[in-house]
Write a protein that binds this ligand. Structure first.
Ligand code: UD1
Length: 380
């Protein structure tokens, strides 16, 4: 049975890794990767494919950057053309990007069953393009693979027409698989960093980087915090800083580096004192690493990290960022990862996706062991 996986951005490529392996290993599926080309810089795409030993995409649609409508529409047209030719039995769409939305809409309209991986994540903030994408995807997907119980609950509350299934988080599968390899890359020596004596900063969200005042607040807080901060710089942020004349070099304790691969990023996070970020994925990677996180947003879809006391929402207010950073770096003992709860599953989410997909496409109703929560009956 042929299954197409739609990717386009860095986090989707990371999520596709364990899915490709689980689907291929099950023996039931032939996997085709469709890359929309939303991300095209070497560090954001090709590097991930190489690091994670992923098969080359069956096609790259080269949609590139553009307005949301342009990017989504171009990806939809390309995906539709590909799916019409290839006719897979099912499509898998990880994440919440414009490429994900394009994949979900194109599949639904061609009546090819599609499964949404990371279903049910909600920030309840419709000013985020990803929140719009997530909601639309979850309301046209046949199978909804929920990473946490909270996500599953959101889907049930919304009475989505497809079938929600609690699988665990495929990114946690990936984290567990690569954590040892990450440590062996020895980023600390390469970058001359001391164990737990630096913070990792990532910032790329439009609402932060397209606003000069917010970018300045973040950098001011970093400067006042004083500890060494390492910033792998997303191309969007680099451009935004250049356009509004902000120089990260003016912050003496900030070290800007090119975007790093997934495995290098895990190494940097795992040995840091804390993460400062506006990314969804980094909040979870920090949580799994037992590293506290200061989130440069007013809300998060990953409420599990807040409930565990490992994440603080601070927005971009200088004093709030500073207070949270100081709280975590003032010698408080860090919670040990083993003492943390594991709301993101057991590292076998991708296998559950493969199993549920095999059942779904062969019309077999859900298996109790998969913790299937039926919103409505299975669809043929
Ligand atoms: C996208 C996703 C976001 C995800 C992020 C991970 C959407 C709506 N957003 O945001 O959910 O967290 O990817 O990185 O889908 N650019 C380059 N080179 C590239 C890609 C982008 O220079 O390879 C620059 C361009 O100026 C572009 C800008 O970054 O206009 C934004 O890229 P885009 O793909 O639209 O969104 P991201 O901010 O990367």
């Amino acid at each position: 049975m042929k299954v197409a996986i739609i990717v386009g951005t860095r986090p989707q490529i990371i999520k596709a890794g364990p899915l490709i392996r689980a689907l291929s290993k099950s023996g039931d599926f032939e996997v085709e990767v469709v890359h929309t080309g939303q991300h095209y810089d070497y560090q954001l795409t090709k590097l991930m494919f190489e690091e994670l030993s992923l098969p080359d995409p069956a096609t790259n649609l080269n949609v590139g950057s553009g307005t949301h409508a342009q990017q989504t529409a171009d990806a939809m047209v390309g995906i539709e053309r590909f799916l019409e030719k290839s006719r897979p039995s099912a499509v898998i769409v990880p994440g919440d990007t414009n490429s994900a939305l394009a994949g979900g809409l194109a599949s639904t309209k061609l009546r090819i069953p599609f499964g949404h991986v990371e279903a049910g994540a909600r920030s309840y903030d419709m000013s985020m393009p990803e929140e719009i994408n997530r909601r639309l995807l979850d309301h046209c997907s046949g199978l909804l693979f929920a990473p946490t119980e909270n996500c599953l609950g959101n889907l049930v509350k919304e009475s989505v027409p497809g079938r929600p299934i609690l699988t665990g988080d495929v990114m946690y599968d990936s984290y567990l698989e690569f954590q040892d390899k990450a440590d062996s890359t020895n980023q600390l020596d390469l970058l001359n960093l001391e164990e737990q004596e630096y913070a990792v900063l990532t910032v790329h969200r439009a609402e932060n980087v397209d606003r000069r005042d917010r970018l300045e607040s973040i950098l001011t807080a970093v400067r006042l915090a004083g500890l060494p901060v390492i910033l792998p710089l997303h191309p969007r942020t680099r451009k935004a800083m250049a356009e509004c004349g902000i120089s990260p070099e003016s912050v003496p304790n900030l070290r800007v580096i090119d975007p790093v691969g997934y495995i290098e990023m895990l190494c940097l996070l795992r040995h840091s004192a804390l993460a400062i970020t506006d990314s969804g994925g980094v909040q979870k990677d920090a949580f799994w690493s037992g590293v506290p996180c200061v989130t440069l947003r007013e809300n998060t879809e990953w409420v599990e990290t807040l409930q565990a006391g490992m994440n603080t929402l601070v927005g971009t207010d200088v004093q709030k960022i500073l207070a949270a950073v100081q709280l975590w770096t003032a010698g408080n003992e860090r919670p040990k990862p083993s003492a943390l709860t594991h709301p993101f599953g057991d590292g076998h989410a991708s296998e559950r996706v493969a199993e549920a997909l095999a059942q779904y496409t062969s019309g077999v109703p859900g298996d109790k062991q998969l913790q299937v929560a039926l919103a409505k009956g299975p669809k043929a």
